[in-house]
Design a protein around this ligand. Structure first.
Ligand code: MG
Length: 370
């Protein structure tokens, strides 16, 4: 299965409503910045990373794919996912340019496209190629009802609707003021009752004293986890917070390497592990993090299930994964979309990683890749 073509692409897909906000950003579209890899047996593999759909920075990623990575892939055997991962990780064209950020995001898209090809060539869904189904179903939790931009009454309404739709877990954003966020947390907990898991996500906005004050007020509301309470790389701060509160800590969507995760593991600074195949250098690197998490007996909740498609396959195949995030912005852009029924992700059936875009999405959302 010789690689014959490597073509980057960009899609800008609208979010739910006209825009959403967390504690750090307001966005109207999600960027699906990816690559199509063609082989001599006629197969096409697709992989992508996710962005805030700023075209000039998206084009830095596609340019990195096209000019720095593609020359190393042409003529190679697409089956050799691990060998090609190392080849790209040690790409001499990118030495000193960066071991995180654009270099990693472009690597992510390629690695996922290679896994997609490998599964398509084997004629099986990716979860099967990863070793098979280790659980009957994957529980979904709904984040799309919990944005910071949603007014208090609508937040409660949305939470109740999600539970009525079958979700057994939801997550709401925090990171505005301690008083407002505690009020919202209490209102949602009262509305959904004690049996639905309720996580919160600060997106790294607050400092340690603010988090400590918030956690003291939040502990009575049975918070499932506090995601990104502090700045993403602050290992010491997360370790201190984890010791000071009964609320479990979660993070990972902003970490690019297994080494970055290892620091949090070593310092007992993390309870829930949240790697992302679109942010790290693909599924190959995320599998390493899942294995390490499992060795620490820590649960994994991959970031944004339907926004990578691959996380659904990973969640069915890896024993460390416990629950998966639901944000349905881009799922309908794919021929085998991630689907949640009665609060659980359905087991994908089509060969591949589920990353093949539909023609309709291609025609409607495509932006110039260069
Ligand atoms: Mg998050």
């Amino acid at each position: 299965m010789k690689i014959m073509s490597v073509e980057p692409f960009i899609l800008h897909v609208p979010v739910t409503g006209s825009q959403i906000a967390d504690s750090t950003h307001t966005i109207s579209h999600w960027g699906v910045v990816g690559v199509k890899i063609g082989t001599d047996n006629g197969l096409e593999g697709y992989g992508f990373t996710g962005t805030h759909s700023h075209l000039p920075s998206d084009q830095l990623i596609t340019r990195c794919i096209e000019t720095c990575h593609a020359p190393l892939l042409m003529g190679e055997d697409a089956h050799d996912v691990n060998r090609l991962w190392l080849k790209l990780a040690r790409n001499p064209a990118l030495q000193w340019v960066g071991r995180a950020g654009i270099t990693t995001l472009s690597h992510a898209a390629i690695d996922v496209a290679l896994w997609d090809l490998k599964a398509k060539a084997a004629g099986m869904p990716l979860w099967k190629l990863l070793g098979g189904q280790v659980r009957d179903k994957v529980r979904a939790y709904n984040t799309d009802i919990g944005w910071l931009s949603i007014a208090d009454d609508k937040l409660v309404e949305g939470a109740k609707r999600a539970v009525a739709d079958g979700f057994t877990g939801i997550k709401i954003k925090v990171g505005s003021t301690v008083e407002r966020d505690l009020r919202r947390l209490e209102a949602v907990r009262k509305a959904i009752g004690p049996d639905v898991t309720l996580a919160i996500d600060g997106n790294g906005k607050w400092d340690l004293p603010t988090c400590l004050r918030f956690c003291r007020g939040a502990e009575p509301f049975d918070v499932y986890w506090f995601e990104e309470p502090l700045w993403y790389d602050d290992v010491k701060g997360h370790a201190e917070l984890a010791r000071a509160t009964r609320i479990p800590t979660a993070l990972g969507e902003q970490l690019y390497t297994q080494d970055a995760f290892s620091e949090f593991f070593h310092q007992n600074a993390i309870h829930w592990v949240q790697p992302d195949v679109t942010r790290m250098a693909g599924l190959t690197e995320v599998l390493r993090v899942c294995e390490t998490a499992h060795s620490y007996r820590l649960p994994v909740a991959p970031h944004a299930g339907d926004m990578s498609q691959v996380h659904v396959h990973l969640s069915y195949a890896h024993p460390a994964v416990q629950v998966l995030e639901y944000i349905p912005w881009i799922k309908d852009c794919f021929t085998d979309p991630a689907q949640v029924v009665d609060g659980y992700f359905k087991l994908p059936q089509e060969p591949g990683a589920g990353t093949t875009p539909t023609k309709a999405a291609w025609d409607k959302f495509q932006k110039p890749a260069r």
